[in-house]
Design a protein around this ligand. Structure first.
Ligand SMILES: C[S@@+](CC[C@H](N)C(=O)[O-])C[C@H]1O[C@@H](n2cnc3c(N)ncnc32)[C@H](O)[C@@H]1O
Length: 222
């Protein structure tokens, strides 16, 4: 396994993938128990994106792009198109995105390489092969979100205790409106108040086994 100690912020996780520590929120971007495994299990599979013939993904927030690469690797392997819109109000250093992605799924795809080349000078807009990626560098709370659009919504803010604004019933109810009928929201949190917010927003909530280190996670269907 490759060592990942170029930056003290980078954390090696048990599945061999990496994440990083965000000092502002005092938390890692991805699971310390397996960042890549969490991305695949909670987000790609949790939203059934791995079976969708033409996924349209909305992500809150883009972070290190681990969820994006996991999705990209999946759609590229299946030969299906991918539209991916993400929000990120505090772009991580490009060196972290590079280091975390080294030798990981999706890293060699031209869409990821183009995203790195643009990062993070303003909004990122990439069209490569059949992938369209937009990363809005903005606070999602003030964003004009797409309506009835997403086949999958990745709700991946920092934890509700540290980043409560993106988990409030009001915001969750706005998020529900971004889903196309049948669209699925996936999140690593299984907190009771998050589940209740999703239900109050009219979504059908299901608890699933969590990724390593977590007993449960949630999926919510419109
Ligand atoms: C848990 S990390 C996301 C990890 C990411 N999905 C990945 O695959 O690497 C949470 C991210 O949400 C961003 N974020 C938190 N609140 C936000 C907000 N109100 N608007 C936009 N981005 C936000 C943070 O800056 C951070 O990058």
């Amino acid at each position: 396994m490759e060592r990942a100690a170029e930056s003290p912020s980078i954390i090696e996780t048990p599945d061999g993938s990496r994440t990083a520590f965000n000092a502002r929120f005092g938390e890692a971007y991805g699971s310390r128990h397996g960042a890549q495994t969490q991305a695949r299990h909670v987000f790609v599979e949790g939203t059934e994106t791995h079976r969708h013939p033409a996924p349209r993904v909305l992500e809150i927030g883009f972070g290190l792009g681990v969820n994006f690469r996991a999705t990209l690797a999946d759609t590229a392997a299946r030969g299906v198109p991918l539209q991916y819109v993400a929000y990120e109000f505090d772009p991580a250093p490009v060196g972290w995105l590079r280091e975390v992605s080294k030798n990981e799924p999706g890293a060699e795809h031209p869409a990821w390489q183009a995203a790195l080349a643009q990062w993070p000078n303003g909004p990122v807009e990439v069209r490569a092969e059949n992938v369209h990626l937009t990363v809005h560098v903005a606070d999602v709370l003030n964003a004009d979100l797409p309506q009835n659009w997403a086949t999958a919504l990745y709700l991946d803010g920092f934890s509700p205790s540290r980043n409560p604004e993106v988990w409030t019933p009001q915001f969750v109810s706005r998020l529900a409106g971004t889903l196309a009928p049948g669209g699925i929201l996936g999140t690593y949190s299984a907190a009771g108040h998050v589940r209740r917010s999703l239900e109050a927003a009219g979504l059908t909530v299901e608890r699933r086994p969590g990724a390593p280190g977590k007993r449960e996670c949630l999926r919510a269907v419109r």
